[in-house]
Design a protein around this ligand. Structure first.
Ligand SMILES: *Cc1c(COP(=O)(O)O)cnc(C)c1O
Length: 418
């Protein structure tokens, strides 16, 4: 089909997966067919209730602490938003209101406007562009802190930045830690960042937009260590968990902070069921809501826990296979390999790998994009489509090999024999 970039092609290895599955499509069709909108529980009880239910299932599925779930005793809960960008922005606003209220209640001599003007947020230089954008939209400067050579934000770096800013009279307010960075799928040291945020009274948000899906598999949950310190968490089933765009799952430990920040009542929204179920309009930007829980429900019920685990593990194994193929060829080096993303480059100057990617693009057989690893240019190879199989990975590798042979004029085995 002309004019489309085929994200579901088995040869699509750019960006990240754009989830798609038949159960999700059916859920989407039904939801469109119902033609309803949710404004409150009353306007469509099933919209709210199925979302509460599926978000509890999903939270348990990825091993989130109980406090984040709607079914816990406290005020925790999950909600479906349109995108990770929306989540990161909404949470920034909630963190801001919380901090302003806290300081005002403590009898701060500054006015609310003065406090707002001093708030500051932190994330890493590897965090997604949406973090910086949230800062712009929410008028809170975001300091992008340096990561180590593996793209990981460590605790000592955050602690130092917070101390520096406090000395300048600024007020640390919001930290976004990334589990699975966009460039190389690195995981920030959550267990180091968490205690610092707790000590400093800073809201900690965990952005696991892409990689959150791996926590469905218990063997990867060690990467989520420290999540108990987080105030909020998001991951996108619409990336790597088979639910069509848009479906960004967000959980908070205390929904009170969202409701306090966004609660605007009107006579036409009043009803007698207050408090029986979450009024999700106070948890988001828009008033109207779609029935996004339905496609999530279809995917969870059709694939089941084991089906989703199998899918994620299979995609990771395909990436490992690609890594193996690349490592056997002396002309290349692997920069990083994490989950279903391998970053690699031709040895030598950046211009070689840049040229390689340019030529690959010209041939239009596979699609990859560039990344950065330790300030060096690399090519990102992501397993994206559910339709990608081992032979497609071999096909992609062959593309790289052919183009490299053309560029360098030598075959890999010639190099090896030198
Ligand atoms: C993709 C991604 C985002 C942005 O996701 P949207 O849902 O498109 O806003 C944010 N953070 C990370 C780590 C991502 O991988």
């Amino acid at each position: 089909m002309p004019g489309l970039t085929h994200w579901q092609s088995p040869q699509f290895h750019a960006f990240y997966p754009a989830a798609c599955s038949f159960p999700a499509i059916v859920g989407e069709l039904l939801s469109a067919g119902f033609g309803c909108i949710g404004l409150s529980w009353t306007t469509n009880p099933a919209y709210t209730e199925l979302e509460v239910l599926t978000m509890n299932w999903l939270g348990k599925l990825i091993g989130l602490p109980e406090e984040f779930l709607n079914c816990s005793r406290g005020s925790g809960g999950g909600v479906i938003q349109g995108s990770a960008s929306e989540v990161i922005f909404i949470v920034l606003l909630a963190a801001k209101e919380k901090k302003v209220k806290e300081l005002t209640a403590q009898g701060s001599s500054s006015t609310e406007a003065e406090i707002r003007g001093k708030l500051i947020a932190y994330s890493s230089d590897q965090s997604n562009s949406s973090v910086e954008k949230a800062g712009l939209l929410g008028s809170m400067p975001v300091r992008l802190l340096p990561t180590n050579k593996d793209g990981v934000l460590r605790g000592n770096v955050l602690a130092k930045a917070i101390n520096e800013d406090k000395e300048k009279g600024l007020i640390p307010c919001y930290v976004v830690a990334t589990l699975g960075t966009t460039s190389t799928c690195a995981f920030d040291s959550l267990d180091e960042l968490g205690p610092i945020c707790q000590k400093e009274g800073v809201w900690l948000h965990v952005d696991a937009a892409y990689a959150g899906a791996v926590f469905v598999c218990p063997e990867y949950r060690y990467l989520n260590k420290g999540v108990e310190y987080a105030d909020s968490f998001n991951f996108n089933p619409h990336k790597w968990m088979l639910v069509n765009f848009d479906c960004s799952a967000m959980w908070v430990k205390n929904s009170k902070y969202l409701v306090e920040a966004f609660n605007v009542e009107r006579i036409y929204l009043k009803d007698q069921h207050k408090g029986m179920a979450p009024e999700y309009r106070h948890w988001q930007i828009s008033l109207g809501r779609r029935f996004r829980a339905l496609k999530l429900w279809f995917v969870l019920r059709s694939y089941g826990v084991e089906g989703i685990q199998k899918y994620v593990r299979h995609q990771i194994s395909l990436a490992k296979y690609f890594e193996e193929l690349v490592s056997k060829d002396d002309r290349y080096e692997i920069c990083s390999s994490s989950m279903a993303l391998v970053c690699f480059r031709l040895k030598g100057d950046d211009s070689l790998s840049e040229k390689l990617l340019e030529n690959i693009e010209k041939r239009k057989k596979i699609f990859c994009i560039a990344g950065h690893h330790y300030q060096r240019f690399c090519i990102r190879f992501a397993i994206c489509s559910e339709l990608t199989h081992k032979q497609d990975v071999a096909f992609a590798w062959n593309e790289f090999k052919e183009v490299t042979d053309e560029m360098l004029g030598v075959k890999s085995h010639d190099i090896k024999s030198i």
